[in-house]
Design a protein. Sequence first.
Length: 374
Amino acid sequence: MSVKPRILIPGGAGYIGSHVVLVTLLTRKYRVTVLDNYHNSFPTAIKRLEQIALQELPADASQQEKDDCKVDVFKGDLRNKDDIAKVFDSYKGQDRIDGVILVAALKAVGESSEIPIDYYAVNVTGLINLLTIMRENKCNKLVYSSSATVYGTPPKVPIPETSPLQPESVYGRTKLMGEMIIRDTCDAYPEFRAIALRYFNPAGAHSSGFIGEDPRGKPGNLLPLLAQMAVGKYREGGLKVFGNDYPTPDGSCVRDYIHIEDLAGGHVNALEALEKDSIFDKEKTETVGKYRAFNLGKGVGMSVFNMVDAMRKVSGYEFPHEVVGRRKGDVPDLTADPALAEKELGFKATRSLDDMSRDLWNWQSKNPNGYESQ
Ligand code: NAD
Ligand code: WQD
């Protein structure tokens, strides 16, 4: 029996990472190793997703398939090259690490301008450390978590991948630098292949309600905040809606919210695409190397008030709110043009806004205190 390729997922314990690990296991085509320092996550997430993966196996699954639902976990930090080398050194021969999905990063826009060096250290130096160890171990496949934030304020919406890359925050610049470093690596080494996925606004949770987003402290992002308000937290003063005077249908900002399970699925599309020479045809790439970047969005814009209505419908909480001034750095509309990912990766986000709000509420109501609930 042939051995399944092993994929390393740094950041696999986090919100997006845990769903990516799960969907990768559910293909039954890969084995997974996670490297995480738990800066913003809990080991419980991995335990829980292993259980979901086991439960979803057919009754006649072999012992090997059950064993393959187990994730190898290394506690370690991308800023420390030895931590990464230790992971690669643990696998040799047929079991060597075949590819990497780099999800780990620091990701809070506001915080990034307060502690920029930490952001560059994790998101840029961490990436360079990873690429160095990958090269030393002849591991030449990478899927990279990028962000729609690299587009800054786009000149037109929906946003195609060819839109100018002009991030407006430290965080955004670390993500763009990451893309550039990876692109140059692909240019230098013809055997190195990489796909950057520019996520729009990931939302919701796995439909089991067993894994989901568990931010530390008061959430700065809209959906986790709504979910926590609905279970009774942060209600004082009501929801602050940041502006209702934008040039959008109801005056509030429009975003392209994409169900986390759809988004996670896009990583499997990318892993499979890395195997195909056709997506790296010269005329499709701006570069000489095997590097592509794709939007992962739904292509449907939703306003702040649309999201509040959706969460009210599932939770029954009224969300008293007050419109306050615009939040610094917000842009009126960030909606993806998802056509390229559909055409080249075969990726389509099919889950609806109702699915997102239902699954988010299912997770939050079952786990009012996140992973520390039980
Ligand atoms: P998260 O904080 O939940 O997950 C990140 C994971 O990386 C955590 O488990 C954290 O502990 C780990 N980590 C952080 N620093 C590390 C280090 N030095 N070494 C090892 N592990 C480390 O965040 P998320 O929302 O799951 O985001 C995942 C990725 O997606 C990030 O790269 C982020 O930039 C990108 N992204 C997120 C969003 C979003 O809205 N959540 C949107 C676009 C892009
Ligand atoms: C959504 C909308 C707010 C909170 C961020 C990052 C981006 C990406 C995804 C990583 C905006 C409004 C929010 C509140 C509000 N992350 N809002 N009241 O800003 O689109 O994107 O997460 O790559 O880089 O910037 O997401 O959830 O913070 O905000 O009115 O209390 O909700 O103004 O219009 P955002 P968000």
